[in-house]
Design a protein around this ligand. Structure first.
Ligand SMILES: [Zn+2]
Ligand SMILES: [Zn+2]
Length: 131
């Protein structure tokens, strides 16, 4: 095996690792997934994580991005600043000062397969029904 082959193998492994990291967990709702992705990878000013969730979990829910846009969410981070808020008291990480889930929250509460509803950790900021 040459050095070149070694590099190529590494790149392929990294690519499949990235794929795993950005795949929604089983029954993870769109909001928990996008939130998790923004924390790790940031927002690129599009709804890429919401779209990625939809492609993986609810490909038939083609109106998802449009519905988010109606709530003022035109990119992933705007979902949280404009459209939805958490329903539990968050805590501050003592080291980084970052907003964190409290200890009793271990990730998404779970939703029915194919459902674009958020789990119980999220509530819309507006009283307008959007689903
Ligand atoms: Zn954004
Ligand atoms: Zn969730």
């Amino acid at each position: 095996m040459t050095v070149d082959d070694g590099v190529r193998t590494l790149e392929i492994e990294l690519a499949s690792l990235a794929e795993d990291l950005t795949t929604p967990l089983w029954r993870e709702c769109v909001l928990c997934f996008a939130n998790r992705m923004i924390v790790q990878f940031g927002c690129d000013s599009t709804l890429r994580w919401a779209r990625r969730w939809r492609t993986a979990r609810a490909p038939q829910a083609t109106a998802l991005e449009r519905r988010l846009g109606r709530l003022g969410a035109y990119c992933d981070c705007e979902i949280y600043t404009n459209a939805f808020d958490v329903t539990v008291e968050t805590v501050r990480d003592p080291d980084t000062g970052a907003e964190c889930w409290p200890e009793h929250v271990n990730g998404c509460d779970g939703v029915r397969a194919g459902s674009t509803q958020p789990c119980s950790l999220w509530a819309p900021r507006t009283s307008r029904p959007w689903w």
